[in-house]
Write a new protein. Structure first.
Length: 215
């Protein structure tokens, strides 16, 4: 059995948000596949307070043996749920848009809760970072209305680049596929064709994940 966690990071309807549609296409393509157990972590539906001082206050109270209340209890519940979801997964799929050159804040919060020494990485005796999630694979599904794959614009793109560096670089997951749909807003005349080609690639990514059962 291959456990697949799909992190959904767009709360727009599928007929309005392209990465939401990518999520939908991926889920539909995996439906009914033998040996695949799929779950969704919807970062917009979860109660995830922003990472900040409340987190560190909660850590301090836990170390002191104090009972957590209010936002500190919510913070620890959110952190534990996010980390448990990742721990239980063999493959983690991220479906997310480029918003204002970066990832949605809700996805950033999910990363903040899982980007932690002792969970997703550690430092060895030489002070070098050692990834701790190397047994997992990942898929990135991203949509961006403009063109960010040209030499002139690639440096502005901080969603896929960021996720690659975190998921592949720090966490050490093997990124087995990336599907990026871009230019559908910039090139409205070809938007339908651009999106359809992307959705076909999403189906192929889903089938690649399903094939891991036999691997």
């Amino acid at each position: 059995m291959t456990n697949v966690l799909v992190v959904k990071a767009n709360n727009r309807p599928a007929d309005q948000g392209v990465s939401s549609k990518m999520y939908e296409v991926f889920m539909n393509e995996l439906e009914g596949k033998a040996g695949v157990n799929v779950s969704t972590f919807d970062v917009f539906a979860e109660d995830m307070p922003y990472f900040g001082q409340d987190v560190f206050d909660a850590y301090g109270n836990l170390q002191a043996g104090n009972e957590l209340e209010g936002v500190q209890a919510r913070v620890m519940a959110a952190q534990n749920k996010a980390r448990e979801a990742v721990t239980n997964a063999d493959v983690v799929v991220f479906a997310f848009p480029l918003w204002n050159l970066t990832i949605p804040a809700a996805l950033q919060t999910f990363i903040d809760y899982t980007y932690a020494s002792g969970f997703s990485f550690k430092y060895n005796e030489q002070g070098q970072l050692v990834s701790l999630l190397t047994d997992k694979k990942a898929v990135l599904l991203n949509a961006r209305g403009g063109y960010y794959s040209t030499p002139e614009t690639a440096g502005m793109e901080m969603s896929v680049n960021y996720m690659r560096n975190v998921i592949g670089g720090v966490y050490g997951m093997e990124i087995i596929d990336e599907v990026i749909i871009e230019g559908h807003n910039a090139n409205a005349a070809q938007a339908a064709e651009i999106k359809e080609a992307g959705f076909t690639a999403v189906k192929a990514a889903a089938n690649k994940v399903a094939s891991l059962v036999e691997a």
